[in-house]
Design a protein around this ligand. Structure first.
Ligand SMILES: [Mn+2]
Length: 339
């Protein structure tokens, strides 16, 4: 049922087919643990909190598992986590492991890659796993009982909003805001919206979501703004079609700062942009953005990363920033005739 196609993609499925299997899994287990990807972002947390409304409706307990340190998160995410405690308990991995053991349903959201989640061996019984995602599957795909991967959806928040509608769940205004924030982030602040996405947005506005609230979460610190500008200033253009920017040697970046740098560079008419920098664990991260002519996910996959054709990333454990830049150029050179 979940087998991959020749091109490594899951066949698209009708979301309606998921309603009953998910309901049966929630009712057939003791509690639901909702797991967004590590390095939490608005889509991961918004979709996770949104999903918690399903077990709530079925009168079953649920938890959202977030294992990132709160102090490292950006302001808006901290605010949401603080606020969302009213809606669903948010626990870290230690807390989860200390809980009385029970038969858990694990729902991964905004991720299907086993390397990007805080759970490892804890996912033993694949029969009790649901995956909801909008990224291309990687070789590290968690193949659960129910996998719904729709790469045409803007975000996991979009998928979850549609799912909530199928369950006829009334979305509270605060949760509508979290879901809208997820869509806002993953569409590049609404710069890429499909008809389906706009319908989901309309439902969220009807449920009381407000752009005034969402925009307040997206405030940027001046420090972060300056780091992004510095990365952008380091750009080198290759054949006018590709932009590669490398961060400072002794500066530590957040992933979203590299993502913002790549976003900023894509605005200069290039087909693809890449921002490379050292992140908090000492490894090197590459954030890639592409227009319709370049599939940056395929480039990032060659570096063991992934994503979707317009937005992808890779993490490089060993070597210097220069090595990472060289490996990247080596991959793109034959494709784009870089001298
Ligand atoms: Mn997402």
């Amino acid at each position: 049922m979940n087998s991959l196609n020749m091109d490594g993609k899951l066949p698209p499925r009708d979301l309606k087919e998921l309603k009953t299997p998910i309901e049966e899994l929630i009712l057939g287990t003791d509690r639901t643990i909702i797991v967004p990807h590590n390095n939490l972002d608005y889509d991961a947390i918004g979709s996770a909190i949104g999903l918690s409304l399903i077990p709530k409706k079925l009168k079953k307990p649920s938890y959202v598992l977030v294992n990132d340190s709160t102090y490292k998160m950006e302001y808006g995410l901290q605010r949401i986590l603080e606020e969302a405690k009213e809606t669903v308990p948010i626990i870290n991995k230690d807390k989860y492991l200390s809980m009385e053991s029970a038969r858990d349903l694990i729902i991964l959201t905004d991720v299907s890659n086993s390397r990007l989640i805080s759970l490892g061996d804890e996912i033993k019984n694949k029969d009790d796993v649901v995956v909801i995602d909008h990224h291309d599957p990687t070789p590290y795909l968690v193949d659960g009982k129910v996998n719904y991967v729709d790469t045409s959806a803007s975000s996991a928040s979009e998928i979850v909003t549609r799912l909530l509608k199928l369950y006829k769940i009334k979305i509270p205004a605060n949760v509508a805001n979290y879901l809208l924030a997820g869509i806002y982030l993953d569409t590049g602040k609404f710069s890429k919206i499909s008809g389906n996405t706009s319908k989901v947005m309309a439902d969220l506005f009807d449920a009381g979501a407000s752009m005034d609230v969402v925009k307040k979460w997206f405030v940027e610190s001046f420090e972060s703004y300056r780091k992004v500008q510095e990365v952008v200033n380091n750009v080198k253009f290759y054949t006018y079609r590709l932009a590669i920017a490398v961060g400072d040697l002794d500066m530590e970046y957040k992933r979203d700062e590299l993502a913002k740098s790549a976003d900023a560079l894509l605005k200069f008419g290039v087909d693809a942009s890449f921002a490379i920098g050292t992140i908090d664990d000492g490894s090197i991260s590459i954030s890639a953005r592409g227009n319709d002519y370049v599939d940056v996910a395929s480039i990032m996959r060659e570096l063991d990363g992934g994503g979707n054709p317009h937005s992808a990333a890779a993490n490089i454990k060993n070597g210097t920033l220069e090595d990472a830049e060289k490996s990247l150029i080596k991959i793109i050179r034959p494709k784009y005739y870089i001298k």
